[in-house]
Design a binder for this molecule. Structure first.
Ligand code: FPP
Length: 235
């Protein structure tokens, strides 16, 4: 009898390739980000249907402020609009939203939009969706260390872990990057210590259910040893 495979509890994604998707169609880069939102909607539903409990996505990095001003303001606008439009459906699908990242650099309008979306989805429990926005892995480690220092707490792995911005979820089991590049780009530097990494050549707007299933199949084919030997894991 076939044994049902347990889905990864937490999947994290670097949604790369929106710009190239648009450029290949002679469209402005922002058209790629808009299509990226569609792809994200599809991915959230697919994760919920597959029994994945947590999805964490990289939507705007601390370094993305260096992009052309119209692209930055377009991304802010896109986020604000997506929240207004998507929250009712996210509630129907049982999705709880968390925004992870530095909020002080954001406009009042965007900050209030994030807080409202978190409040409106707080009662949902089928899937936690962490949207990393104005986020960097180094920022997270530094802010966690600063919290501990301010409280006079000793810095240990456990205390840092509790102070990190993703302390409400387990570490990602599977980290996917689309768009063909093979790097972390300052995403989840602390939490990805033992994540299985899967790199897909698909551009993010083209990352569909089949591509997600391929990444999950690659995850299932890995042996997770967490520092042990293969023999120990099998015993
Ligand atoms: C990287 O592609 C993608 C981003 C910097 C933004 C990701 C955002 C989305 C998928 C939309 C969802 C976000 C919001 C605001 C709700 P890239 O532009 O670096 O692509 P390229 O490598 O082809 O240039």
């Amino acid at each position: 009898m076939a044994v049902a495979l347990v889905p990864p509890r937490h999947v994290a994604i670097v949604m790369d390739g929106n710009g190239r998707w648009a450029q290949r169609r002679f469209l402005p880069r922002l058209a790629g980000h808009k299509q990226g939102v569609e792809s994200l909607r599809r991915c959230v539903q697919a994760c919920a249907q597959r029994g994945i409990g947590v999805l964490t996505v990289f939507a705007f990095s601390s370094e993305n402020w260096n992009r052309p001003q119209d692209e930055v303001s377009g991304l802010m606008e896109l986020l604000a609009k997506a929240l207004t439009r998507e929250v009712p459906q996210l509630c129907k699908d049982g999705v709880r939203l968390h925004f992870v990242g530095e909020r002080t650099g954001l406009s009042d309008k965007v900050r209030e939009g994030l807080a409202q979306a978190e409040r409106e989805t707080a009662h949902n429990s089928r899937l936690v969706l962490n949207v990393c926005f104005n986020y960097g892995g180094r920022w997270d480690i530094a802010q966690a260390a600063a919290q501990l220092a301010a409280r006079g707490e000793a810095i240990t792995e456990a205390s840092l872990d509790r102070a990190m911005a993703l302390s409400h979820v387990p570490d990602p089991d599977l980290l996917i990057r689309t768009g063909g590049e093979m790097r972390l780009s300052n995403f989840l530097l602390w939490q990805a210590a033992y994540s299985e990494l899967v790199f897909s050549d698909r551009l993010w707007p083209e990352f569909d259910e089949a591509a997600l299933d391929e990444a999950i199949a690659a995850f299932h084919a890995r042996e997770r040893r967490f520092g042990k030997t293969s023999e120990q894991v099998k015993a």
